[in-house]
Write a protein of this length. Structure first.
Length: 544
């Protein structure tokens, strides 16, 4: 089976925060799991270097958009590596390959009649002497009245045009923009309404979409799909490949999502592979992102793929809700965020991955608090998992000279382990990552109870054969936990792979035979609870 996984492309206009990682982490869990199963996986993403936010940041800093984009693309790459993300290709939009692929998609849609030209009204700033990109226009949403940008309201998720906004203002100078006529290219979504309705109905039946994706998408379709502008007067981006319109740029509606296709082409070039394996009707596809990106993945991208006759339509829409921070909405403008580069300096990457998975906003908004983060590390990762691993392996190291004893594996535990692979695998494949991790940690707590009940420290002197069985069973649990947890906690699993001299991980139960373990070190260290108050104080200070 071929598996395509597309992770949303973060704007390269500032550091990654926990909200980004919360929405993107499921992609890496999926990729690692399917590779362990032996499937052919293509996992791609990249940095969006063409977005208006980058141009705004460059203006604010007196820098160039290219300098800003390069700086943050490099930082993103480093952060994803440190967090264990295993992209097959992590690229960026400012590459010749991306420009060529996007322009070809544009021309294909134009040739087939899905893109057309028309004269439209657009906001123009007399002070800045330029047409304003959507994100350069701010105001109030005409639907809910909340502050919004010219492309979308984050509060009610309604897709907007800048001229729809109430109390419009130019983000650059604050003046009220005027309206001028100009000519732009439009994507004929209305021509694809019937096809999209059928696709959405089929997707709903297959249970591959989360509820938020179904509800939002059905709302948009019910309101009637409107043709959307796919060119803009932008300072940076992919030029429209039509004579006389080269100064206009292909807009984010189709340029950003087409990055999934351009990234696969980049991977094919870099590895001398054929990416067509991942763009046919047999491909199993996952798109991983936050709920603010739902319409781009359930309407815009499927419409583009239909327009260019590509059958690999999105099947699984993994669209997380929002992550709040200390009960407040995450805000980069107010600096109310936990920044990933800072977090990685002080905390184990598996602690971050664990917390963001076990508390994932899969169906509703969830909160990151420093107290919960540190307590979850100390009680679950260290107290439950790390403790079971350490006391088992230390006992073997001390009492059996590091050699796992021969004995009889507890048949009930062997059966539960087999069931665990099937249960967790099904949960991962259906994008229930929190449920999968909860199943494993429920088993870990049962394993600790088993160890306490058997009391191998007493068995060693009173019932050596019983002790052998207990240690063999406990060691078997550990090697299988290393495999089961590898998609979620790869660094800890790799450490155990080294200690236990394991081969490459698969998704089938491991039966321990004679094995000498390497020197045992604890998987995790306790985090001082005093750090909770310090981190909260730091967060409050940075947002002042």
């Amino acid at each position: 089976m071929s598996i395509f996984i597309g992770g949303a492309w973060p704007y390269a206009n500032g550091s990654l925060h926990l909200g980004h990682i919360s929405s993107l982490l499921p992609g890496d869990i999926l990729a690692r799991y399917y590779r362990q199963k032996g499937e052919k996986v293509l996992y791609v993403s990249g940095s969006d270097c063409n977005g208006t936010p980058i141009a705004i940041r460059a203006k604010q800093e007196g820098s160039s958009p290219k300098e800003i984009a390069n700086r943050y693309h490099k930082e993103f790459t480093e952060c994803f590596t440190k967090l264990g993300f295993t992209y097959d290709c992590y690229t960026h939009t400012d590459t010749p390959n991306h420009h060529q692929v996007v322009q070809q998609i544009f021309l294909d849609l134009l040739t087939k009649g899905f893109i057309y030209k028309k004269e439209v009204e657009q906001t123009y700033c007399e002070t800045c002497e330029q047409f304003l990109p959507d994100r350069y226009v701010e105001g109030n949403c005409p639907n809910c009245g909340q502050p919004a940008r010219g492309d979308q309201c984050d509060d009610c998720t309604k897709i907007l045009d800048p001229i729809d906004l109430i109390n419009r203002s130019c983000k650059l100078c604050g003046h009220t923009p005027t309206i001028r006529k100009t000519e732009h290219f439009y994507l004929a979504l209305s021509h694809l309404q019937a096809d999209l309705e059928k696709y959405i109905a089929d997707s709903k039946t297959s249970n591959g979409w989360r509820d938020n994706a179904i509800l939002l998408t059905e709302r948009y379709v019910k309101e009637g799909l409107h043709d959307r502008a796919v060119s803009r007067d932008l300072p940076i981006g992919v030029s429209v490949p039509v004579r006389g319109y080269e100064e206009k740029k292909i807009y984010v509606w189709i340029e950003a999502v087409s990055g999934y296709y351009s990234a696969s082409k980049q991977w094919a070039k870099d590895t001398n592979n054929d990416d067509s394996l991942f763009w046919n009707e047999k491909t199993k596809t996952y798109y991983v992102h936050g709920k603010d990106n739902i319409p781009f993945h359930t309407i815009i991208w499927p419409a583009i793929l239909m327009g260019i006759d590509n059958p690999a339509l999105p099947q699984h829409i993994v669209s997380n809700e929002y992550l709040t921070v200390e009960k407040k909405k995450l805000s980069t403008s107010r600096n109310w965020a936990v920044w990933v580069p800072d977090l990685l300096e002080s905390y184990h990457p598996d602690s971050i991955r664990y917390f963001l998975t076990i508390n994932a906003p899969e169906n509703r908004d969830t909160d990151f608090s420093w107290r919960e983060f540190i307590y979850s590390h100390n009680s679950e990762l260290l107290g439950a998992y790390g403790n079971f691993v350490n006391r088992t392996l230390k006992f073997i190291e001390k009492s059996y000279y590091g050699e796992i004893p021969t004995g009889v594996l507890d048949p009930l535990i062997e059966e539960k382990l087999t069931q665990l692979y099937e249960k967790v695998g099904n949960l991962i494949e259906n994008a229930h990552f929190k449920g999968g991790l909860e199943e494993i940690f429920s088993f870990i707590r049962a394993a600790n109870k088993y160890f306490d009940e058997q009391q191998p420290w007493k068995q060693f002197n009173e019932n050596k054969l019983g002790c052998n069985n207990t240690l063999l069973t406990s060691a078997t649990i550990i090697v299988n936990l290393a495999q089961l947890l590898s998609p979620f906690l790869p660094f800890s699993s790799d450490a155990l792979k080294n200690i236990l001299r394991l081969n490459e991980f698969t998704w089938t139960p491991i039966h321990v035979k004679e094995k000498v373990i390497n020197h045992v070190n604890p998987l995790y260290e306790r985090i001082d609870l005093k750090r909770i108050d310090g981190e909260v104080e730091r967060l409050n200070n940075q947002s002042k």
